[in-house]
Design a protein around this ligand. Structure first.
Ligand code: GAL
Length: 428
């Protein structure tokens, strides 16, 4: 992958606004290799079908290469890590960290760095020669004051509209919608056929939908501006985009929302709902776990209004301060950063590799298109709110609280004002 990319760099600089000292500190962090290396406890939220398979593939490879180390899979269930992060926070506060934990590249990781939860891992980058194997923009998203703090395993795309081609055929719809207004028109047709226009999952999945409606309605520059203060949340066009989101929710099954993202997709497979907006972990679920054929059993296009845009996020693993089995943790991170690890994990997970030198041939069907889009220099890259790229943890948590109220009162202007106010206090 030759995405050392101007595009990626420009966007992460604009949207993520990460302060990086470009040349950094040449001194390497020593590998202490300390602690008990008999086991390694790895924390993630990959327990569900589609996610578990990917993690398992990487664990198997790790075990093969590190036969003396017992692997403790400390994954906590729940899409997007909502529950897992609560458990992790409690553990970190009690100074009881796992040996490595999953965190998103970007502002989510930066909060952990600022809170002193993680150690720099530059020494591993030096040892493994990783620095020129990752896109420059991604490296910046995991760097603070010239030090690198995690090892990314993948790149996911958040802005996708999933559908079952047979359902569209049944409804007499020739192609999925390219704008949200076209989507709302199609929703009428679907309603007449007693098909729900959009299936939806829990609160985080509804916010995931919201970020992508905002992206589709506002376009790249204004969407980026939402996260760096240059777009006024209270501006009429943002409130209007939120009102579109409200209309989209009205034609969804939000009143009987699925408990997680997989059951929401199940409704699309079954044909009771036409569409679902979800990240491309859906591809892992639909092809690896459900064994459906791309273009036959399922298909996906960019969510309405976001063609040519990659709303990205990246899963990465850390070296927590006081990791009890630090030497083994380093070995896990080496697995995460390796070509082998990434090429075993990502084809199952529904993501493309973070590394630029992975084996392209391993990425087929949906993933071949994802990789081509990711590498296309004309693709515009923006960052996800829900999946940790563009907002620090404090601001994201305020947005979640405001979103909870919005779910009840559906007052777009009030919600926008609350997000704007919290940006001023904790989001900058
Ligand atoms: C994201 C994570 C993905 C996937 C998704 C759904 O936050 O980055 O890897 O796990 O949640 O659970």
């Amino acid at each position: 992958m030759r995405r050392s990319g101007r595009g990626f760099l420009a966007v992460t600089m604009a949207a993520v606004l990460i302060a990086v000292s470009a040349c950094g500190d040449d001194k390497q962090e020593p590998s202490t290799g300390g602690g008990d290396n008999s086991k390694v406890e790895v924390f993630s939220w990959w327990t569900g079908p589609g996610e578990e398979e990917g993690l398992q593939a990487m664990i198997e490879d790790f075990k093969k290469k590190n036969s003396g180390i017992e692997f403790i899979n400390a994954a906590v269930a729940g899409g997007s890590g909502t529950q897992a992060r609560q458990v992790l926070t409690t553990r970190l506060q009690a100074n009881n960290p796992p040996d490595s934990y999953q965190v998103h590249a970007g502002k989510e990781l930066q909060s952990d760095i600022a809170d002193g939860k993680v150690e720099p891992v530059d020494f591993l980058y030096e040892k493994e020669g990783w620095k020129d194997k990752l896109p420059k923009g991604l490296l910046e998203a995991i760097t603070v004051d010239g030090k690198i703090y995690s090892v990314p395993v993948n790149i996911h795309r958040s802005n996708l509209l999933w559908f079952n081609p047979k359902t569209l055929q049944t409804a007499g719809i020739s192609a999925p919608p390219k704008t949200w207004s076209e989507f709302l028109t199609q929703a009428e047709t679907l309603k007449a056929k007693k098909i729900t226009a959009l299936s939806i999952g829990p609160a985080w999945a509804q916010m995931h939908l919201m970020e992508n409606v905002l992206l589709g309605e506002l376009g790249v520059d204004k969407y980026n501006g939402l996260w760096n203060g240059s777009t006024d949340w209270a501006a009429p066009e943002v409130v209007a985009a939120l009102d579109t989101f409200k209309k989209v929710l009205e034609v969804s099954d939000v009143k009987s929302a699925a408990a997680d993202w997989q059951p929401a997709l199940d409704k699309v497979i079954a044909g009771t709902a036409a569409y679902n907006v979800m990240g491309d972990w859906a591809a892992g679920y639909l092809s690896s776990a459900k064994k459906l054929k791309y273009k036959e059993g399922f298909d996906a296009i960019a969510s309405p209004g976001s063609e040519g845009v990659y709303n990205f996020l990246s899963d990465s693993f850390t070296l927590p301060k006081n990791a009890p089995h630090r030497g083994a943790a380093e070995k896990w991170l080496v697995e995460c950063g390796s070509v082998d690890g990434q090429d075993l994990f990502n084809p199952q997970k529904g993501s493309v590799p973070a590394r630029t030198d992975a084996d392209k041939a391993k990425y087929k069907d949906y993933l071949a298109t994802a990789l081509a889009d990711w590498q296309n220099p004309n693709t515009k890259i923006v960052g996800s709110l829900v999946h940790g790229v563009v907002a620090n943890n404090a601001w994201k948590s305020e947005i979640e609280t405001a979103f909870g109220l919005y779910a009840q009162n559906r007052d777009s202007a009030k919600f926008a004002q609350a997000v704007k106010t919290s940006y001023e206090s904790v989001g900058k």
